[in-house]
Design a protein around this ligand. Structure first.
Ligand SMILES: *Cc1c(COP(=O)(O)O)cnc(C)c1O
Length: 378
């Protein structure tokens, strides 16, 4: 069996272990310590967000963002429909009701038009939404300015899910640094990883202090254990943060590598009728976390994205359909939805190609062979 080619696997830069070793040498084997503080500073500096809290997962960061936005049982919370379920699950943790917003063609991210429509409709029904979880999918920034203006107009808290967009830029700014809150993920498949982890970003110092308090079991200042609020165990370990500090040193390099891989695929498939890519609008820079294509069988002599996926699988090459939208997921079947069903079409025709920054020339040749076998290239 040929070695497996992954969609997106961890890629260490080399310095990670030095930070981890220092944690061992100083016995900081805990969910706090110099690496946690150092990693938070790195994230603040890199994203331009004034404050950051390192947490156990991106999902934990979203959950805390909702709590800090005062989301309670029965509240309505808007969320991009075209995303991974982790964006929406924390809404349900709070007993709140998710309301899904369809994507627009330019960015595949939430449409400002459907967003405003949803807010106006919900207000009319006496169910004004408290917050909006805006996802920057596959690294492509959403139209943040337009969306922020709508959120401000109706006083809806903007939470940016930038889990897939570390290293991207929107008009020179980092996604996740422009809303009231931003969240990042360092899960094993993301552009950089801490093996598992996440972060909450905000320019509001008191909010991040509150997040750190809630993430460490909400202990009141007392010599004994005293609690006036329900807390969580959501802090990042000092070991994981050490990996994160090492990974930050190679983040810009990883963005370059991901973007170069996207360009390689684009050159490879640009002449193939029926295969299209998502271009960057003016002023948008995507980290191209995963290279995605749309495959229109009407133009590819009936080759579908599933045909490509299966042909790759046979060669031990991992590829995957785009995210199945949340409003079509069985678990969210009762959730309100505003849109024109674009993401269902993206799901039907879309495929994520192997986007590993570890990829080797020989592996690229194996990918070329698959496209050749299917007669998609010569
Ligand atoms: C990975 C991901 C998350 C969740 O992050 P975890 O660190 O895995 O909890 C949230 N939203 C999106 C869009 C993601 O891709």
């Amino acid at each position: 069996m040929k070695s497996k080619i992954y969609l997106s696997s961890p890629n260490m830069g080399g310095k990670e272990f030095e930070f981890v070793k220092e944690a061992f040498d100083t016995n900081w084997i805990a969910p706090l310590g110099p690496n946690v503080n150092g990693f938070e500073e790195d994230l603040q500096h890199y994203t331009g967000s004034a404050h950051a809290a390192a947490l156990s997962a991106g999902t934990a960061a979203l959950h805390l963002a909702l709590i800090l936005s005062d989301v309670k049982a029965g509240d309505h919370v808007l969320c991009s429909t075209f995303t991974f379920s982790a964006s929406a699950n924390p809404i349900v943790y709070q007993g709140a009701i998710p309301v899904f917003i369809e994507s627009e063609r330019d960015t595949w991210n939430a449409s400002p038009v459907f967003l405003e429509k949803a807010i106006m409709d919900l207000i009319q029904k006496g169910k004004k939404p408290k917050a909006f979880i805006l996802v920057h999918l596959y690294g492509m920034p959403a139209k943040i300015e337009e969306i922020k203006a709508i959120c401000e107009k109706y006083q809806v808290v903007l939470i940016e899910d930038a889990a897939e967009a570390l290293g991207s830029r929107y008009k020179g700014k980092h996604p996740g640094s422009l809303g009231e809150y931003g969240i990042l993920s360092f899960n094993g498949n993301k552009i950089i990883t801490t093996s598992g982890g996440g972060a909450l970003l905000s320019n509001d110092k008191t909010k991040i202090e509150k997040a750190r308090f809630l993430a460490t079991q909400a202990r009141d200042p007392a010599p004994h254990y005293q609690h006036s609020e329900i807390g969580y165990n959501y802090r990042m370990s000092n070991i994981c943060a050490g990996i994160g500090r090492g990974q930050m040193l190679v983040l810009d390099r990883r963005v370059e590598q991901k973007r170069a891989l996207y360009d390689w695929y684009k050159a490879l498939l640009s002449a193939t009728p029926g295969i299209t890519f998502l271009p960057e609008p003016e002023g948008f820079l995507s980290n191209r976390w995963l290279t995605c294509i749309l495959v229109d069988p009407a133009l590819t002599q009936s080759i579908s994205r599933e045909d490509i996926r299966l042909a790759m699988e046979k060669e031990n090459i991992e590829s995957r359909p785009l995210w199945k939208p949340m409003h079509s997921q069985p678990v969210f079947r009762d959730a309100p939805y505003y849109g024109d069903h674009l993401s269902e079409k993206l799901f039907d025709q879309g495929l994520c190609l192997p986007s590993d920054t570890n990829i080797e020339e020989e592996e690229k040749n194996r990918i070329i062979s698959v496209f050749r076998t299917l007669n998609l290239i010569r």
